[in-house]
Design a protein around this ligand. Structure first.
Ligand code: FAQ
Length: 338
């Protein structure tokens, strides 16, 4: 079936008097198109608010992947064996790849990557709250993989069905890689939990510190989530923040039990009637502090990203000069051949 959403450029061919009516018509078609589970592609017409929402979410997601490399990168040189080091390096490189797909997906919406990155560096743009916590022990590599990647998968598998094509397609590969990350994290936790008393205590301590921040990753509760209703109507988000949080808890609690660790929530209990775990109160004041820039590592993370950007200036300049030289050579050989 032919895509009924005309490219935005076609609109400019019409006189102003028809524009409003056409836009209303396009909006109706857009909404019907999205409701029928079809993908919106970069050149399709889309409401400005849809574009802005996607730029906001995809850029925050890209920043999260890149900033997310820092807490784990911190442990590459201290991994307890060559095998663990190789696995961790591969994981951190995967996160860089995810950031690149996501910045590319964001660019398809008409923004410049440099501007998007500048917003991260200035502190204007958000990134996931979770990456503002420190990774204090080797067990934190287990907890991050198991819980943080576990929460990321829970949130991102539905995004494979998001209405915006480039984002949905990027998510397919990202989710496959995150599944490997989650398994490697769980495997680290399982190994420690089956180890000496000290190793088990280290695993429990990591779970104690990472559990609540992981639960907060899903975002504010549904009754305080200003973007959810519209994002769900546009099939960007397919489940609400609380629905995904609940799914994550239901899946993860038995995993903790399996390896003999205790979820640090005294109010956690299984509800036979609902078939779900009930959990204790979440400290939303802490969440708000962290996303406002006052978490334990916000300053450190932004300083590290800014430093990496400044230190990499020569690489960007060299790559630019090389690309210019190649383009000039190609142009010269085309002229000679003509
Ligand atoms: N942190 O109205 P809602 C990963 C903000 S990737 C910071 O509910 P929305 C991989 C939200 O932006 C992890 N801010 O917003 C990895 C909004 O502010 P704004 C990242 C948060 O967008 C693993 C305000 O609160 N994943 O972990 C957070 O509908 C291991 C109101 O919230 C994604 O980005 C938060 N946790 O729902 C890497 C997935 N939650 O923009 C390395 C895609 C909310 O209006 C190692 N994103 N806020 O100023 C999403 O699914 C959504 O954007 C949500 C938030 C669910 C995060």
């Amino acid at each position: 079936m032919e895509n009924p959403l005309c490219p935005s450029s076609v609109l400019s061919a019409f006189p102003d008097v028809f524009l409003k009516r056409m836009e209303m018509d396009l909006l109706q078609r857009f909404e019907a198109y999205v409701a029928s589970e079809k993908k919106i592609e970069p050149k399709d017409w889309m409401p400005d608010a849809y574009r802005k929402t996607l730029i906001r979410q995809i850029s925050q997601h890209a920043h999260s992947e890149i900033v997310g490399m820092l807490p784990e990168g911190n442990w590459i040189s201290r991994a307890p064996s060559l095998k663990r080091k190789a696995i961790l390096m591969a994981k951190v490189q995967d996160e860089a790849g995810h950031g690149l797909y996501l910045y590319s997906a964001c660019e398809t919406l008409g923004v410049q990557r440099d501007d998007t990155i500048a917003d991260l560096h200035s502190g204007k743009a958000k990134y996931s709250s979770i990456f503002n916590y420190p990774t204090l022990t080797w067990a934190d590599m287990g907890a991050v993989g198991w819980l943080v990647d576990g929460a990321a998968i829970m949130n991102q598998v539905p995004l494979c069905k998001c209405s915006y094509g480039p984002y949905a397609r990027a998510m397919v590969r990202v989710c496959k890689e995150e599944s490997f990350h989650q398994r490697q994290g769980f495997q680290i936790m399982m190994t420690l939990a089956q180890g000496t008393e000290d190793q088990k205590a280290m695993a429990q301590d990591a779970l104690n510190r990472w559990w609540w921040p992981s639960i907060m990753m899903f975002g504010p509760p549904d009754d305080n989530s200003p973007n959810s209703a519209q994002s769900m109507a546009w099939n960007i988000k397919r489940f609400s923040n609380d629905e995904l949080r609940q799914k994550f808890i239901d899946l993860t609690v038995p995993q903790a039990e399996l390896i003999g660790l205790t979820i640090p929530d005294a109010d956690l209990k299984w509800n036979e009637e609902t078939g779900h775990y009930e959990h204790g109160p979440i400290d939303w004041a802490e969440f708000n502090r962290v996303i406002a820039g006052h978490g334990p590592c916000n300053k450190e993370r932004l300083a590290a990203r800014n430093k990496a950007w400044d230190d990499g200036a020569w690489v960007r300049e060299a790559a630019g000069a090389h690309a210019e030289k190649r383009a000039a050579r190609k142009a010269a050989s085309n002229t000679a051949a003509a």
